[in-house]
Design a protein around this ligand. Structure first.
Ligand code: ZN
Length: 363
């Protein structure tokens, strides 16, 4: 397959959306693209070539594709374009003391990330740009190298207007800003965005502590970033949603799952509470001990596939997250393709077996 057919396929998926293209049509198209991406990275990234060394193998199913462990992006500078074409470098937040992952973007990959993110998000929240309350501090965008958190906010900011930051630099509520925003947009459609744990701790709980109630009955919250810290505090998705509704009036909530190593390729939670693979990406599950592919309904390590990255070899990644594919083409929300749930991170003790670091890109 040539680069122009890859572009054509991308166009087809853009037009299709999740409501018209089923799993078998989609995986046929994606597999073609992944074969192309494999050849491309094999030819242009020495490390990828050494890690996979499978240039002649035919890939008849997703399961046959080579995959890289996400932590490799912390250990190596993986790119498939010359340094002169790198126009942006993303770094994952990483826990203190650990090397963050670095993701090298050229103009095409970066543009593709934005285009795909727009396509996916609009299918959930519509095309209209809504007044937007960002549950973070504006300081997050000030760092010299853009953090994954900053990049996430920049990416989502596109979907809103009248951007207001709800937090001060020390993560306390910016009550004045929130009050002004509330008075202006009370009862109207608004968009809120933030990282899951920050939304819970620094927004929902902080509002509760101050006995503040917000008037966003027609609002929608998009949030992302992993449930680990919330699970530790025994906050389930249901408790999260109920408490959010109590303090802000918001009943529409979409969590999304995505890797810093595959920006743009997001898996958004539908109205039925399931994460959906968008037309441009897919997932499969592997047994954490044997790495054998699992059947639908069986829990294991999540492998994410995305047709976006050409500037770095990140189209097929084995994450350190556990999850289960719940079904294909039959979610009650009407979207086609695979849907799944994330069950948390592989416990560190078990991870030692297959890796020497246990960093997280989305805690
Ligand atoms: Zn659904």
């Amino acid at each position: 397959m040539s680069e122009s057919s890859y572009q054509q396929y991308l166009g087809t998926l853009f037009e299709a959306g999740t409501n018209t293209i089923d799993q078998s049509q989609k995986s046929a198209i994606l597999l073609e693209c992944f074969r192309f991406l494999h050849q491309h990275h094999y030819a242009n990234c020495e490390e990828y070539q050494r890690i996979t060394s499978l240039s002649q193998v035919k890939f008849d199913r997703y399961e046959d594709l080579p995959f890289l462990a996400v932590r490799l992006f912390k250990l190596y500078e993986l790119k498939s374009v010359p340094q002169t074409e790198v126009f942006k470098t993303l770094s994952s937040s990483g826990t203190t003391g650990q090397t963050p992952a670095r993701i090298f973007l050229d103009k095409q990959t970066s543009a593709r990330q934005s285009k795909v993110l727009v396509n996916i998000m609009q299918s959930f929240i519509g095309k209209q740009r809504l007044p937007m309350l960002i549950i973070d501090s504006p300081a997050v965008l000030k760092n010299h190298t853009l953090s994954a958190r900053g990049a996430g906010i920049q990416g989502m900011a596109f979907f809103g207007r009248d951007h207001t930051y709800a937090l001060n630099e020390d993560m306390s509520l910016n009550v004045d800003a929130i009050t002004q925003f509330s008075e202006k947009h009370q009862g109207k459609p608004v968009l809120l965005f933030g990282f899951t744990f920050m939304v819970w701790l620094h927004f929902i709980k902080a509002l509760q502590q101050r006995n503040l109630q917000l008037p966003f009955t027609d609002g929608v919250l998009i949030h992302s970033g992993g449930w680990k810290k919330l699970t530790e505090q025994q906050v389930s998705n249901q408790v999260f949603k109920e408490t959010l509704k109590e303090v802000t009036g918001i009943a529409k909530v979409h969590n999304f799952y995505g890797m810093a190593e595959q920006v743009g390729s997001v898996f958004v939670e539908c109205e039925k509470g399931h994460l959906h693979a968008p037309p441009f990406a897919d997932i499969l599950i592997r047994n954490p001990y044997t790495l054998e592919p699992q059947s639908n309904g069986e829990s294991g390590l999540i492998q994410v596939l995305s047709m976006i990255p050409t500037s770095y070899p990140g189209y097929s990644l084995l994450t350190e997250d556990m999850g289960t594919v719940l079904g294909e083409d039959n979610c009650d929300c009407g979207r086609l393709g695979r849907f799944f749930r994330v069950e948390g991170r592989l416990p560190k003790t078990e991870m030692r077996g297959c890796s020497d670091t246990a960093g997280s890109t989305h805690e």
